[in-house]
Design a protein around this ligand. Structure first.
Ligand code: SF4
Length: 474
């Protein structure tokens, strides 16, 4: 989500006539787009700002801006701790970044944080702004911002606000536009994508859908006699997945409690929707899941995982797990290991609990787990996750996979890096110069727990993108 916000900030600056600088020393403007989901990100921001202080004293006309969710959370504190910062803006007014930089030039340092998005202000969605994408064949599309859940460790609801979905019709138009530009892979973004659209359908007149209703909720909703308040994610997957030119559709992140059979069916029915599901488990212990306010048990999670694997052939399942949540006992941790072993994940992002001020879990200080114990549990969990990832990856040796080339590989000049439909990184040995965006068939020759190695068999399609010049919205 933050990377996508950064693309939009770059796009806005470019639309205003700026060009990317080759180094910090040559820049006229430096924007730090921040994330506050983990404590480490906090520390890194203030470290980075400390380093920029010398640069600013040597070059006073340099403008420094800080945006994103840490700015939304810390506000004035940023300029108190780093007086050389010119602009602080939050998560709801990315679209004002250029105006604020201009204002700071004439009026001095400025802070603008909006508490929430003004209703109907779709410019506040990063996807509605000009963009400067790093690659041309792949695009992110924000379908929803904010989150209505109350996970006790998470700062997102307080810095991103309640869930607001973008109109269905607007998303389809944007996806069609991407396809015309030569984009072949779209990733749908949201904090809880599978509740997308619930807020939209709540406000519609159900008896006789108007054109406005159809634009908000899509044709599938309007054509259905049972036009109840409901999430529209399954409809969206099918619609974006059926657009000509869009070969791959991905999404992050769904919440396990909201993963319905309808979504599994939509994933399986649409050829373009990739066989990859990132389903954050967080813990396998029922009591910890309850303390986290996750809304499911370990067994319920496993049932959802089984249903998804049954419904979607060759599905890759990945997850997020936190160890050392306040109150976690050895038994709780053993429950997590058991669920992880049973789920047989293809990979997992694993974290040690990070105390975020302002969250309910940050107040549970008397139950904090000793850091050394948390580190030990983390290492044990990594071993279990890596073992199942290695087994899954070795299972793919000898298969022919369709891959999408991403660019140079760290493995050497004879290799390029690509991604399979299951979202696995594959280093591809080839003498051909394959451009990013090329589709190819490769044979998997080797595997580790975090990547595959393959050999080129056939080029299926070369990229056809047309360069988009960022334009400022009217
Ligand atoms: S679902 Fe939970 S973890 Fe995810 S953004 Fe919402 S509150 Fe945070």
């Amino acid at each position: 989500m933050n990377e996508h916000d950064s693309e939009r900030i770059s796009g806005l600056l470019e639309a205003d006539g700026m060009v990317p600088a080759v180094s910090e020393e040559e820049a006229d403007v430096i924007v730090l787009n921040t994330c506050c989901i983990r404590e480490n990100a906090d520390n890194r921001l203030y470290g980075a700002l400390g380093n920029l202080k010398t640069l600013k004293s040597e070059k006073p006309e340099l403008q420094i801006a800080v945006g994103g969710c840490l700015a939304q959370k810390d506000r004035e504190l940023i300029q108190e701790r780093a007086k050389h910062v010119d602009v602080v803006f939050g998560t709801h007014n990315v679209q004002n970044a250029v105006t604020l930089l201009k204002k700071a030039k004439t009026d001095g340092p400025v802070i603008e944080i909006l508490e929430e998005i003004v209703e109907g202000d779709y410019e506040a969605f990063p996807s509605a702004l000009p963009v400067r994408r790093e690659v041309d064949h792949r695009a992110w599309m924000t379908i929803q911002i904010g989150c209505d859940n109350t996970c006790t460790y998470c700062i997102v609801p307080s810095v991103r606000g309640p869930e607001i979905s973008r109109p269905f019709g607007q998303l389809l138009e944007e996806a069609k536009d991407f396809a015309l530009q030569g984009v072949t892979e779209i990733t749908l973004l949201g904090q809880n994508v599978n509740s997308y659209g619930r807020d939209l359908t709540k406000n519609l007149k159900h008896n006789d859908p108007s054109d406005f209703d159809i634009h908000q909720a899509g044709l599938a909703w309007a054509d259905n006699q049972n036009r109840r308040v409901k999430p529209l994610f399954a409809d969206l997957l099918k619609s974006v997945g059926s657009l000509e030119g869009i070969e791959r559709v991905r999404f992050i992140s769904p919440h396990p409690k909201d993963l319905t059979s309808e979504i599994v069916e939509a994933m399986s029915a649409s050829e373009s929707v990739c066989e990859h599901l990132h389903l954050p488990l967080q813990s396998g212990s029922d009591s910890i899941l309850s303390a986290m306010h996750r809304g499911y048990t370990g067994e319920r999670f496993l049932e959802k995982a089984r249903e998804a694997r049954k419904g979607i052939e060759d599905l890759s399942l990945t997850t997020d797990i936190i160890v050392g949540f306040p109150g976690e006992t050895e038994n709780d941790f053993t429950d997590t290991l058991e669920v992880v072993a049973e789920a047989a994940f293809d990979s997992a992002y694993t974290f040690i609990f990070s105390q975020r001020p302002g969250t309910a879990a940050a107040e549970m200080t008397s139950e904090f787990v000793d850091h050394d114990i948390a580190v030990k549990r983390y290492e044990t969990l990594r071993k279990v996750v890596n073992r199942s990832a290695l087994l899954k990856h070795k299972d793919r040796i000898g298969r022919i996979e369709e891959v999408l080339v991403e660019g140079k590989s760290k493995k050497g000049t004879d290799f390029v890096t690509a991604r399979t439909r299951q979202n696995k990184v594959i280093h591809l040995e080839t003498n051909e110069s394959l451009k990013p965006g090329t589709f190819a068939q490769v044979e998997v020759k080797d595997a580790t727990y975090n990547y595959l190695v393959g050999e080129l068999r056939e080029i299926i399609a070369t990229p056809k993108h047309r360069k988009r010049i960022p334009v400022m919205a009217e």
